[in-house]
Write a protein that binds this ligand. Structure first.
Ligand SMILES: Cc1cc2nc3c(=O)[nH]c(=O)nc-3n(C[C@H](O)[C@H](O)[C@H](O)COP(=O)(O)OP(=O)(O)OC[C@H]3O[C@@H](n4cnc5c(N)ncnc54)[C@H](O)[C@@H]3O)c2cc1C
Length: 293
């Protein structure tokens, strides 16, 4: 049986919103389709009549510097993001995360908009964006708004925005300044190409005399939504970058996350076991990168 009846390819965001509005409860936005088509085929997504393909909308497929921000269109294929030197310079953690998603064929079509739109607690692109202090632009019939990425999630697979009436147009991250650096790492099952056992993104700014002036930490899967670990951040903010403070942050992080056993990926105990090492390696990488800027 066909998975949809109508396939539309609008060339503006406004036309895409009009197309969705005709029958919002029986329509879906599609980008690379690497999540959505499997969900439709396997019955995890309600049936649709219309797919609205947003990959031919110029403003959604561009990467550009604007004022103090780097803008990344929501439908830029991941392989293009990886190759972009501006992303490598200003959002190295995001380059790393995109480079780990799926294999080459997946990365040729999959997008950041789809990774965020799928709303999994451990989407690699999502975790990196949260750690990078990124914002998303959402468009609806009422207009456009910029919102912090971490506000976009309600629960596993459930975004806080209405996917049948709103479109993620672009993401933006602040251009990187002196003493700032980021890193992304994850632990996968050896044969795994999908969701991580545990992933982590850290962005930080080095202050004078070896202090962590500012920091953002994101972890997944560590609860029903992608987690920004604000309490662990607070332990390190303004403190010296030394092993004692890093261990205090690890202890705080272990309390802040909700780790669980998932049948196909990992036990809770294994996640608890690897979290300290993942944290130490990710923060050390971000710290060393920040020194070289
Ligand atoms: C073999 C395989 C390996 C994978 N490996 C990984 C991995 O290692 N790490 C990882 O994080 N993910 C992985 N994934 C999941 C998937 O590839 C990513 O989440 C990808 O980024 C989804 O992007 P897409 O463009 O294909 O999304 P789509 O499938 O097109 O869309 C996903 C969801 O988001 C919505 N959506 C898409 N674009 C927008 C938009 N602009 N505005 C609003 N809603 C939108 C859709 O309606 C749909 O609900 C893997 C998938 C496969 C099949």
């Amino acid at each position: 049986m066909a998975l949809w009846k109508k396939y539309l390819q609008p060339s503006t965001v406004e036309d895409a919103l009009v197309a969705l509005g005709v029958e919002p409860d029986r329509s879906a936005v599609v980008a690379g389709g690497t999540d959505l088509l499997l969900d439709l085929q396997q019955g995890r997504h309600s049936a649709v009549n219309t797919l609205v393909d947003v990959t031919q909308i110029p403003e959604m497929t561009a990467i550009q510097k604007q004022d103090d921000f780097l803008h990344i269109g929501a439908t830029v294929p991941l392989n293009e993001i990886i190759r972009d030197v501006r992303v490598q310079k200003h959002a190295q953690g995001l380059t790393e995360a995109c480079g780990l998603i799926g294999g080459t064929q997946i990365r040729n079509v999959a997008t950041l908009g789809g990774n965020v739109g799928h709303a999994l607690p451990a989407g690699d692109g999502t975790i990196a964006l949260i750690s990078m202090r990124a914002e998303a632009q959402l468009a609806s019939a009422e207009g456009r708004r910029w919102v912090p990425i971490e506000t976009l999630f309600e629960g596993p697979g459930r975004p806080s925005f209405d996917r049948s009436r709103e479109i993620l147009v672009a993401f933006r991250v602040l251009l990187s300044g002196e003493g700032e650096g980021s890193a992304f790492k994850r632990v996968m099952r050896p044969q795994g190409v999908a969701i991580a056992i545990l992933n982590m993104g850290i962005w930080l700014r080095r202050g004078s005399s070896g202090k962590v002036e500012e920091i953002q930490i994101a972890v997944g899967p560590a609860g029903p939504q992608p987690l920004r670990a604000v309490k662990a951040e607070a332990v390190l903010r303004g403190q010296s970058f030394d092993s004692g403070n890093i261990q205090s942050a690890v202890q705080q992080l272990l309390q802040e996350v909700t780790l669980r056993t998932s049948p196909h990926r990992s036990t809770k105990a294994y996640r608890e076991h690897i979290l300290p090492t993942l944290f130490e390696r990710t923060i050390t990488e971000a710290w060393e990168r920040a020194a070289s800027r």
